[in-house]
Write a protein that binds this ligand. Structure first.
Ligand SMILES: [Zn+2]
Length: 353
């Protein structure tokens, strides 16, 4: 999401003036209607304070917005093929669904053709699109709070679009009776590196991830199953603490997180995570080194997997583990973020905090 006021004002002007030069440069999301548009959208233009601006469509989807039917913001610069249009409307009818090859066959399309056309039109795969839309819907109520969602429903949001289903499929159904099931609270946290999701109760932090992280949906499912919990939007003492600490971390004022965390994993995973916690900021380790340190020198791959299964981004510094060759290696939140975090922590080291 674009935060710079100057840029936002410039984009807003472009939106009001339907400036075609900006089609594909930014996507304007409209809080009151829940859609995102191109600059040239023919629809009535919203007030400035109701607009959010995104650089890419996936971020707009993850923030819970759906593509506007009037301007088809995702089709730029191509026209959408009828097949792709139909696939998008299928997702809108059932945003909570996980799509399989058979579903394309209903359209009389070969799955490979459908996938190729989709990727061409949208610059992302169909699976990425459907996931971003599904997660976005679930994350939206966390980000905006329930009131805004009611307003969107009243403003003609198609309630048959499975809006509530999308949330409860991922986050679980709200408990019918108090005390029937554990409740965890999800809170949206904006950071310099993009939005993060925290999931906590009044005692522990269970999950902290970038909202666009690969596999976040599965992580949330695992957490729910293991804790026998349902997740509701909301704040806890713990979510407030981690938000404060993250702010300090990004301002170079904190490196040791004090928020109580809960390690949800196997004994082996916990061993690896504890080893990760010992890598000082400003330094890096390798999967191989960690494997020897925990007494399983042959378990390099297992260490890599445990590293990837970390659900407490930044706090458990899995970003400080690189490949033996010196290459940066993968990161659930993306390699650019990994590099950014490593560079950022170099500064900590110099200041010897
Ligand atoms: Zn539009």
């Amino acid at each position: 999401m674009i935060e710079d006021e100057k840029i936002k004002k410039k984009y807003y002007d472009a939106l009001v003036n339907k400036d075609a030069n900006y089609d594909g440069i930014f996507f304007a999301a409209i809080k009151t209607t829940g859609v995102f548009c191109h600059a040239t959208c023919p629809a009535k233009k919203p007030k400035y304070e109701n607009c959010l601006f995104f650089q890419d469509a996936q971020s707009a989807l993850l923030a819970g917005f759906r593509p506007c039917k009037r301007c088809n913001p995702l089709s730029y610069p191509h026209e959408l093929s009828p097949l792709v249009k139909e696939i998008v409307s299928m997702v809108e009818q059932n945003p909570e669904k996980r799509w399989k090859d058979e579903d394309f066959k209903v359209l009389g399309a070969h799955p490979a053709t459908a996938r190729r056309q989709f990727k061409q039109a949208y610059g992302m795969t169909f699976v990425q699109y459907a996931r971003a839309r599904r997660m976005g819907l679930a994350l939206q109520s966390i980000r905006l709070g329930e009131k805004v969602i009611d307003a969107q429903l009243n403003a003609g949001y198609d309630s048959a679009s499975g809006f509530n289903d999308a949330f409860s499929k991922i986050m679980g159904n709200p408990p019918i009776k108090k005390g029937e099931i554990n409740v965890l609270y999800a809170k949206w946290i904006n950071t310099k590196l993009g939005p993060m999701l925290s999931i906590s109760d009044e005692e522990f932090l269970y999950l902290l991830e970038f909202v666009d992280r690969r596999g976040l949906e599965r992580e949330i499912e695992r957490l729910r199953n293991r804790r026998k919990a349902t997740i509701l939007p909301g704040e806890t003492k713990i979510s407030r603490q981690i938000e404060e600490e993250l702010n300090l971390y990004f301002e170079n004022k904190l490196i040791h997180f004090q928020t109580p965390v809960f390690f949800l994993g196997s004994d082996f995973q916990k061993k690896v995570w504890n080893a990760l916690l010992k890598i000082p900021a400003g330094e890096v380790s390798t999967y191989k080194k960690i494997a020897s340190e925990i007494g399983t020198p042959d378990g390099v791959r297992a260490v890599g997997n445990a590293n990837g299964a970390n659900q407490l981004a930044i706090i458990i510094p899995c970003h400080r583990v690189i490949q033996t060759s010196g290459e940066i290696g993968g990161y659930g939140g993306g390699r650019e973020r990994k590099q950014w975090l490593l560079d950022h922590e170099q500064n900590f080291h110099k200041e010897d905090l």
